[in-house]
Design a protein around this ligand. Structure first.
Ligand code: COA
Length: 321
């Protein structure tokens, strides 16, 4: 038995910051940001946290699935940006939504977070350890961005997406691959702000997201097409049979490069980073929810999801909607 996604939800904070707004605080322009990244604006949390955003997305996903919170066996949250170390975001979300019978745990895999929780959720269902799993990707990257660094602050945004995965006898297609390369971890880092107690670390650049943009770009263009080919081969499915390729929404040029390397038209690679920027573990489930609610997904279609990010981590999965 494997799991089928039977409902999705998403939530982003109301406040938006446009490229022109950023051009007032760092030396950049709307034209440069759009051309190099495809991002026009991002939603930024004011009162919201990973927990509040994750809970709102989760409630919408449960409503969309027609499943009550009490039926959830397991809550898995992909996040790297919760404002508390413990209790986990999953346990706090459990409390918020009243999923009283669920176990909860967080998974730290940066922008590969949602793909990772999807794979773990499927493993729990396949092994019979869970029947209904709530998958959440929730991030508050604005907390960890250095708003004086034009190389990173233009890229990221806040938000959350969720999906309900339920054991389903009719679900037939599933293959997954997941990889890490810790030796390349230096290319995208963020130290813990708590390591030196309550000392003011606001001037220490290592406490913000630091990135070698070109290295990360090269990594994504190499590893994402490899992972997609690998998972399709494992599933014995041709790329022609895939309706949609849902990639982590980091940068439109990365998506274009991946599509080109796979020789697949961009019309099968939906994107929404223009509105949200890179929301890390939240980007794939937000996109999935938008596709679901706008009626673009039809039952029986085969979908590929692929995530990549800090760690380094990357992977892909193929499944039937
Ligand atoms: N506005 C204007 N100029 C900027 C800028 C900004 N926001 N950020 C950098 N620049 C400048 C650089 O200082 C550099 O100037 P120089 O030539 O005078 O030294 C020039 O633009 C080119 O910089 P470079 O870093 O080579 O640009 P790039 O084409 O690689 O684009 C990124 C930078 C960050 C957009 C790109 O590398 C990228 O998207 N990488 C992947 C990042 C990512 O997706 N990370 C998350 C993965 S999960």
């Amino acid at each position: 038995m494997i799991g089928k996604i039977c409902g999705t939800g998403s939530y982003v904070p109301e406040k938006t910051v446009s490229n022109d707004d950023l051009a007032k605080i760092v030396d950049t322009s709307d034209e440069w940001i759009r051309e190099r990244t495809g991002v026009a604006r991002r939603h930024i949390a004011e009162q919201d946290t990973v927990v509040s955003m994750g809970a709102k997305a989760a409630e919408k996903a449960l409503e969309n699935a027609g499943i009550s919170p009490e039926e959830v066996d397991l809550i898995l949250v992909g996040t790297s940006t919760s404002n508390v170390i413990f209790p986990s975001a999953a346990c706090s979300i459990q409390k918020e939504i009243g999923a009283v019978h669920a176990a909860g745990l967080d998974v730290s895999a940066a922008c590969t977070g949602f793909l990772s929780v999807y794979q773990i959720g499927q493993a729990y269902i396949q092994s019979g350890m869970a029947k209904t799993v709530l998958l959440i990707g929730a991030e508050c990257l604005s907390r960890l961005v250095n708003w004086k660094d034009r190389g990173t602050c233009i890229l990221f945004g806040d938000g959350a997406g969720a999906a309900v995965l339920q054991a389903d006898e009719t679900a037939s297609c599933l293959q997954t691959v997941l990889h890490s390369d810790g030796a390349k971890g230096w290319t995208l880092t963020c130290d813990s702000r708590h390591k030196e107690g309550d000392k003011d670390l606001s001037q220490d650049p290592s406490t913000y997201i630091q990135m070698d943009g070109r290295e990360v770009f090269k990594f994504a263009l190499t590893k994402v097409p490899e992972a997609v080919r690998e998972v399709l081969e494992k599933a014995e499915i041709s790329a022609d049979d895939i309706s949609w390729f849902l990639l982590h929404q980091a940068n439109i040029r990365i998506i274009e490069g991946v599509a080109k390397r796979l020789r697949i038209g961009m019309e099968r690679f939906p994107s929404n980073m223009e509105e949200y920027g890179n929301t890390s573990a939240a980007s794939i489930p937000i996109l999935l929810d938008e596709m679901n609610r706008s009626g673009k997904l039809e039952r029986g279609q085969k979908l590929v999801m692929s995530g990549f990010g800090a760690g380094l981590t990357w992977g892909a999965c193929v499944f039937e909607w």
